[in-house]
Design a binder for this molecule. Structure first.
Ligand code: ATP
Ligand code: MG
Length: 392
């Protein structure tokens, strides 16, 4: 058997919630790796072990662990039996000698962690003993501060595990531990990054997109579908609601002066999103707003838009600038899709210079002349729902 030893953020997972977090992560990994043959995922004290019979499964496991929130780091490990009675390390030494990538380094160090403190030798004893053995058999030198190779050893209950690598995980908290949130996805650069950031904090994200059909093309919708597919690789299953918004915008256009239309669109989106959030038992709405980026994201307009819903509106990008957001979009590989040309419904019937400081009293006055409840009902009535799963 081969193993991946998975480490998570100890501090965040301490206390009474720890078992809950661990179980979430185990379940997530089992589900993400379900297509691999004879795979076992198990919570051990302080780490999770993924065991697999075929070495070539590692590539897929590596990919999965790199996108599993809650994982701090992980390594490809093999095991060897150890004896607690004699504290003999012969089998471990032999195994390490057999598998060490001799051509890949000239200096090395050994770093041992004992999960099982009952083992009679200390971590330092083991470092020295294994180190001496490798020096003797390979002629390589020890360098504690800047080695070419680090040999990681973990002493567990029945076995010792050894690894020659340590790969970074994405950090964060296991998906599902932060409840469900509903993300307003536009097909632009920002909202996919906002969704990613909430997933990383443990939220299960449900998506809603408002499209301009029949007045606009399907382009934004296709993009959002692609983006949700990409993001589903982090949470394994997703739901996307597609709300036809063109008719609703028509109503608004008939009853409202051009400069405040964007704010009215946004308020309608929030109301419909709130309704869907209640259906999904989501505790918050998420947007890709970044302060001051465009007219609808000024302090005044953010206030006026937020005011329509009782749900918290999370804006994880509010303090980031476009360059930072773009870098993050590239890192999570949503950027290329986001920059494909489309027709955003928010540009429908909107002047080039919308009002950046809409007054709530004016907005409320205009809305009195609109059938707000009817529009919400209409949005909900014609909503389409799509489900996504990863691996497909
Ligand atoms: P993005 O890059 O996410 O499109 P943006 O910089 O283009 O953001 P806006 O178009 O003002 O800014 O949108 C701000 C936020 O409002 C978006 O991040 C998204 O959360 C929400 N939003 C805008 N348009 C839509 C839409 N058609 N469907 C769903 N949500 C939307
Ligand atoms: Mg946009």
């Amino acid at each position: 058997m081969f193993h991946a030893l998975v480490h998570y953020h100890e501090v965040a997972l301490k206390g009474r919630n720890r078992g809950f977090f661990e179980q979430r992560m185990v379940r997530h990994l089992r589900s993400a790796l379900k297509n691999l043959k004879a795979i076992q995922v198990e919570a051990l004290p302080g780490r999770i072990r993924v065991s697999f019979p075929e070495e070539r499964s590692w590539e897929c496991i590596h990919d999965t662990l790199s996108r599993t929130f809650g994982v701090t780091n992980f390594s490809f490990a093999r095991s060897a039996p150890i004896s607690y009675v004699s504290s003999d390390l012969t089998k471990l030494k032999e195994a390490i000698r057999r598998n060490i990538p001799s051509n890949a380094f000239t200096t090395f160090r050994v770093l041992t962690k004992r999960a099982e403190k009952r083992f009679p030798k200390t971590s330092m004893d083991i470092d020295r003993e294994i180190g001496a053995d490798i020096c003797e058999h390979t002629g390589k030198r020890v360098n504690l501060s800047k080695p070419d190779l680090t040999i990681y050893i973990e002493i567990l209950k029945h076995d010792a595990y050894y690894a020659f690598n340590k790969e970074p995980g994405p950090g964060g908290l296991p998906v599902g531990t932060g409840g469900t949130v509903l993300c307003l996805m536009s097909g632009g650069i920002d909202s996919p990054v906002a969704a990613y950031r909430m997933m990383k904090r443990g939220c299960r994200v449900v998506f809603v997109h408002f499209h301009g059909r029949p007045y606009l093309s399907r382009a934004s919708e296709e993009k959002v579908r692609d983006l949700v597919t990409l993001l589903t690789s982090y949470q394994l299953s997703s739901t996307l609601y597609l709300v036809p918004f063109g008719e609703i915008q028509q109503h608004i256009v008939l009853g409202a002066p051009a400069p405040i239309r964007v704010v009215l669109y946004r308020r309608m989106m929030m109301r419909i999103a709130e309704e869907l959030a209640r259906q999904e038992e989501a505790w918050a709405l998420v947007t890709g707003d970044s302060l001051g980026q465009v007219a609808s994201q000024t302090p005044g307009n953010i206030q006026v838009v937020s005011e329509v819903t009782g749900l918290p509106i999370l804006r994880p990008l509010i303090g980031m600038d476009k360059i930072e957001i773009t870098e993050q979009a590239q890192a999570i590989q949503t950027f290329e899709t986001s920059i494909e040309p489309d027709q955003d419904c928010c540009t429908l019937f909107v002047p080039p210079h919308p009002n950046t400081r809409a007054r709530l009293s004016e907005i409320q006055h205009v809305e009195k002349g609109l059938d707000i409840a009817g529009m919400v009902r209409q949005g909900i009535e014609y909503v389409e729902r799509a489900n996504y799963a990863y691996p497909a």
